[in-house]
Design a protein around this ligand. Structure first.
Ligand code: DAH
Length: 363
């Protein structure tokens, strides 16, 4: 072991050891290199440490002299090491800060945001128009009893809509369960379940045995309205529809009722919407035709009427005291008009780009 050999404690030897150490520190350019140099030149097995240990073996006067000289040498080496450590530490910090620098002005890639489906958003929006007037939202099941979907609504057993070509039945047939063909059975449920007076809207899915194309889907959505109260007339219905039309399409858009037949209302009407594109100005004006209403000035929107007393009676409501009105319209149709969605297939395919394109429309 080097420590067993008599250490050379001459000033020349000490100077050489110091010079060696200082040279090694200066040559180190990273903290890892400096650590190596430190172990070699001030570590336990370094020449300086060995020399220090050797001092103890010297006779008195020599020991003092060598101790002082070696002390000065070690102080010089430690000071040089500390200085170099500080220098390398600072340089490395600067380097790291530069390497890890973040440009806070760079655009961030955000997680893609979804959007409520436009049909859902529009149903909510239409519901809100009524909730704001104090009406309630009523709901019913999509698989519905045949009696509620047809009979209670005065749609007789021989009505063509009750056949399997128009209506989807839940097997087996003798259970008399259909996928509801309109939201009107929720009228019956509301009259059976709720205390009078009744002011409800019923938004929801409905089903028909239709082919799927640009204007037909076998599953679509309607919103139904029902009021049963004392002294209700067609005038209340007209005012309600006009309010809904203005809320959906803006001021100046009103409705028109065209006589029609529905078994559950008497009198019945189809509701037309004043064309929100030409506002009726294309009528009799060949110079400014309107594609939206085909220059008719009106667009068919839904059905409505005064609730047939037979329907009220089927729900146990006293028809001498109470009367009501009802209406129903398609949500898809409303979305087509209101938001220029031309193809119904877009509404069922679930492509998020369609939802995003109409995001915020419900404002
Ligand atoms: N249920 C009818 C349909 O699906 C729409 C309708 C017409 C609803 C007249 C009503 C109404 O409430 O009074 O075609």
């Amino acid at each position: 072991m080097p420590g067993d050999q008599p250490a050379d404690l001459s000033q020349t030897a000490i100077d050489a050891v110091v010079a060696d150490a200082l040279g090694a520190f200066a040559a180190a350019s990273t903290s890892a290199e400096l650590k190596e140099a430190r172990l070699a030149h001030v570590g336990e097995r370094s020449p300086l440490a060995l020399a220090n240990r050797a001092i103890g073996t010297l006779p008195g006067p020599e020991r003092k002299d060598a101790g002082q000289r070696l002390g000065a040498a070690r102080a010089a080496v430690n000071a040089a090491l500390a200085e170099r450590e500080a220098g390398i530490g600072a340089a490395e910090l600067t380097q790291r800060l530069a390497a890890e620098r973040i440009d806070v002005t760079l655009p961030v890639e955000l997680a893609p945001e979804g959007a409520p489906h436009p049909i859902t958003a529009l149903m909510d929006l239409m519901g809100d128009v009524f909730v704001a007037m104090g009406w309630e939202i009523a709901e019913g099941p999509e698989a519905e009893g045949e009696w509620l979907n047809f009979d209670a609504l005065n749609i007789g057993p021989d009505h063509p809509a009750r056949g399997t070509t128009d209506t989807l039945f839940v097997a087996p047939l003798e259970n008399h369960i259909v996928l509801r063909t309109h939201t009107s059975p929720v009228q019956i449920r509301s009259m059976l379940d709720r205390p009078l007076p009744i002011y409800v809207v019923c938004p929801g899915k409905v089903y028909r045995a239709d082919e799927f194309d640009a204007t037909h889907v076998p599953v679509f959505h309607q919103i139904e309205g029902l009021v049963v109260d004392k002294g209700i007339s067609l005038a209340h219905l007209k005012g309600t529809l006009d309010h809904l039309a203005r809320s959906m399409f803006g001021d100046g858009i009103e409705t028109r009722m065209r006589p029609h037949y529905f078994p559950f209302t008497e009198p019945s009407a189809e509701v037309d919407l004043k064309c929100f594109v030409c506002r009726g100005e294309s009528v009799g004006n060949p110079d400014a035709p309107c594609r939206t209403c085909k220059s008719q000035g009106w667009i068919e929107w839904g059905g409505c009427g005064v609730v047939n007393p037979r329907v009220l009676a089927a729900c146990g409501i006293d028809t001498d005291t109470y009367s009501g009105f009802a209406f129903g319209m398609g949500i898809e149709r409303t979305l087509m008009f209101r938001n220029n969605a031309a193809d119904m297939r877009d509404m069922v395919e679930g492509d998020v780009r369609f939802s995003r394109s109409l995001k915020g429309m419900a404002r």
